[in-house]
Ligand binder design. Structure first.
Ligand code: ADP
Ligand code: MG
Length: 321
């Protein structure tokens, strides 16, 4: 290997409401990072409900009125989301926009009052998303409804990044999209990339790491976006569509590992909401997909397929199912 190929080019990028880091080996690393940033920003402009005129914004603006033509790419994401909505019996629900706004994690110091939560509950019925594949359109039945792809958007961007790395001839790279880690190939020395799994209750600590190659390692936790309300209760950003409140499933962190980034992202959120038992049932419908779950007592459960490549640190208790 030539000397200039053995140096990792590292860069940071703020997009999709998070911090993205690139670590890429290879002669075309800098040029590839430029292309990756372009792609991530293209996806954000198309899918973010906070970008005026994005496809999702247009669907939301037309809610209660008429169907909106969308690109094949957007339609595929909406179709996948709907499938996951059905498979989770509504736990995973991209129509949570109005409720997410009500909780306003970026600014909140107190939970919203019960009445305003109840008022929003009428707007989050996932069945109100009507997709028409023939016309390639999407429609929300009622005014005030809104789609929020926060739970799968970064996963999809990760898929695009890995594809782009392959196309660009990059053989070794790791990209972290705010907790969604995408791994390309092995390290130049031939060993596997190690992806750290954060300790959900200790700052700057890990529970262990997974050895990973050409796949996505995606974590949903209650420790990333949250605030403590006046009663001292932790209020995090993954909401239970049945109660309108942050989910309490017994799990506080879920990592899903898969070759499909969008599935990994959607499943991490879903398992977090469903809890261990129902989560495992869902996961069994996605062959080749593995999980690392941490419960409230900080006990770790991993799926059999990942047992050997998950290396836990001292003091962490673990079982495999
Ligand atoms: P992160 O974006 O922090 O990596 P997730 O992938 O788990 O975490 O997505 C959480 C986001 O998904 C929330 O910030 C919100 O926008 C949205 N969301 C909240 N509750 C649900 C839900 N029940 N189903 C689908 N999306 C949700
Ligand atoms: Mg997710």
């Amino acid at each position: 290997m030539k000397r200039n190929e053995a140096k990792m080019i590292e860069q940071e990028y703020d997009a999709m409401n998070t911090k993205i880091t690139f670590g890429i080996y290879g002669r075309s690393a800098r040029q590839t990072i430029k292309r990756l940033k372009g792609e991530i920003s293209r996806i954000e402009k198309k899918l973010s409900r906070f970008v005026n005129g994005s496809e999702i914004d247009r669907i939301n603006q037309h809610s209660g009125r008429d169907p909106v033509k969308v690109s094949r790419e957007t339609l595929q994401m909406l179709e996948f989301s709907k499938r996951l909505y059905e498979m989770t019996r509504g736990a995973f629900n991209i129509l949570m926009g109005p409720l997410v706004d009500e909780w306003d994690y970026l600014h909140a110091e107190e939970k919203p009052d019960g009445l305003s939560i109840r008022n929003k509950m009428d707007l989050i019925d996932g069945d109100d998303l009507v997709l028409n594949p023939m016309e390639q359109s999407a429609w929300l039945r009622n005014p005030g409804q809104s789609i929020d792809l926060g739970a799968i958007g970064k996963g999809y961007a990760g898929d695009r990044c890995l594809e782009m790395l392959k196309q660009s001839g990059i053989e070794s790279a790791v990209i972290n999209l705010g907790g969604n880690v995408c791994v390309r190939g092995k390290k130049p020395d031939g060993t596997a990339w190690k992806v750290g799994i954060r300790h959900p209750r200790k700052e700057n600590a890990l529970i262990g790491y997974v050895e990973s190659e050409d796949e996505h390692v995606v974590t949903s936790g209650d420790y990333e976006r949250f605030f403590y309300d006046k009663e001292g209760i932790r209020r995090h950003h993954i909401l239970n569509p049945v109660t309108g409140y942050p989910t309490e499933s017994g799990l506080i962190s879920v990592t899903v590992i898969s070759e499909n980034g969008m599935a990994a992202d959607g499943l991490a959120t879903s398992l977090f909401i469903l809890g261990k038992k129902n989560g495992m049932r869902l996961l069994s419908l996605f062959p080749g997909t593995e999980a690392i779950m941490v419960d409230e007592r900080l006990e770790v459960t991993v799926t059999k397929g990942i047992e050997k490549s998950f290396i836990r640190f001292d003091g962490i208790t673990m079982n495999a199912i």
